[in-house]
Design a protein around this ligand. Structure first.
Ligand code: TXA
Ligand code: MG
Length: 366
């Protein structure tokens, strides 16, 4: 790669894996792909390595790190679960591991408070990616890794995204030529006795979890975006772009019962605003209005929600590079289940929960 880049991009081969394994063993950091997004990893059992992660990511030490393991045999060493929890966990790992499901479970004393930000719960995840698994297996350490981006910024789901954050860091990046398979972070559930709380929606849906545990007596809870604001790492403002970003939908301004002049004002102000905006659409819902916007991109023109999740971070990275004032994300996802809920979680945070309503009257002559 380019000479003015300090980070070392390494393709997957035995030599490069061995170099990276050595870095993990020596408590240095390595960036690696997973099936969800890239991770910024270090030896989970070494406090110096953990401190380096918080530092390079510019992450608050109040925001804990997920610990990556190669299977449940390894995972079970780092948690301290009771009989009820164990039974549920075994069913879940048999079904979903390796894969995009992180289990938040009571930690064992091997895991330091620095990894969990003082909590007695640790997030355990077994990634479904051969490079990630090889790194864990060969180093024989669990690997603590947050997503490989600067705190609060857009997640990296493709090796080129990493340049934006780590080009000047002395760090090895094991990369995959292809983008990460799913492109969006893992689902996180907390297991406390027979209570399961969905902490972060991801690729695996709550319905799939319920189906797997349908013969067990489980109480489910979902932390909605609104009441999560006090939990670590669930800041309403996340995945931040370098542009003003809002969710958008339509409103019939006749409902406002305003006089004609006020209505005209609302329409012309909105028009000026969207003149300077890119529309981020789903399923071509707004394609006929595309000329109203300065730019138009569709997360999935065929309306496939899995594809939209896969494309989201790549589209957000692209939007960071173009010259336009605002990004307007069509809010098609709110109030829906499954992957729609996952996508809503991400776009809601990306827009810090801000919204704009476009008068339908603006569209009448189109
Ligand atoms: O797909 C993923 O999960 C990726 C890949 C690299 O594995 N990782 C990832 O890590 O998304 P991160 O740090 O960007 O997001 C993990 C979230 C954070 O919001 C963090 O606060 C939460 O999980 N978390 C981790 N450990 C926790 C703990 N012990 N208690 C509560 N929340 C925890
Ligand atoms: Mg992250």
């Amino acid at each position: 790669m380019n000479k003015d880049i300090t980070a070392q991009f390494l393709e997957h081969n035995d030599n490069n894996i061995n170099d990276c394994v050595n870095d993990i063993i020596n408590n240095d950091l390595v960036i690696f792909p997973t099936e969800t997004v890239y991770g910024l990893g270090g030896n989970a059992l070494n406090e110096n390595a953990i401190k380096k992660i918080y530092k390079i990511k510019k992450r608050s030490i109040k925001n804990p790190l997920i610990v990556h393991v190669s299977d449940w045999k390894m995972g079970s060493i780092y948690c301290d679960v009771n009989h009820v929890e164990q039974k549920l966990i075994l069913k879940l790992v048999n079904k979903f591991w390796p894969g995009p499901l992180t289990l938040l479970v009571k930690k064992s004393s091997f895991i330091s408070d620095l990894v969990t930000a003082g909590s007695n719960y640790v997030g355990l995840r077994c990634p479904d990616n051969k490079i990630a698994l090889e790194l864990i297996q060969k180093s024989m350490f669990p690997i603590a890794a947050p997503s490989a981006n600067i705190s609060g910024k857009v997640t990296s789901s493709y090796h080129k995204h990493l340049l934006e954050y780590f080009r000047n860091d002395k760090i090895k990046i094991l990369y995959d030529k292809e983008p990460c398979k799913f492109g969006i972070e893992s689902t996180i559930i907390k297991i406390n006795n027979n209570e399961i709380t969905l902490m972060r929606p991801g690729m695996i849906t709550l319905d799939e979890i319920k189906e797997t545990l349908k013969n067990d007596d489980v109480i489910y809870e979902y932390k909605s975006l609104v009441n999560q604001s006090n939990s670590p790492g669930t800041d309403i403002s996340h995945y931040k772009l370098n542009k003003n970003t809002l969710l958008f939908n339509f409103i019939d301004i006749n409902l406002l019962n305003s006089d004609k002049k006020t209505m005209q004002n609302i329409i012309s102000t909105t028009k000026k605003y969207i003149d300077n905006s890119v529309c981020v659409d789903f399923g071509k819902k707004n394609i006929k209005y595309r000329d109203l916007f300065a730019g138009y991109v569709d997360l999935s023109s065929k309306g496939d929600i899995k594809e939209a999740c896969y494309n989201l971070y790549n589209v957000l990275h692209q939007l960071n590079t173009i010259e336009v004032k605002n990004v307007l994300i069509f809010d098609f996802y709110y109030g829906k289940e499954g992957l729609f809920n996952t996508l809503f979680d991400r776009v809601f945070r990306c827009s810090s929960g801000k919204r704009i309503c476009i008068p339908i009257q603006l569209l009448e002559n189109i």
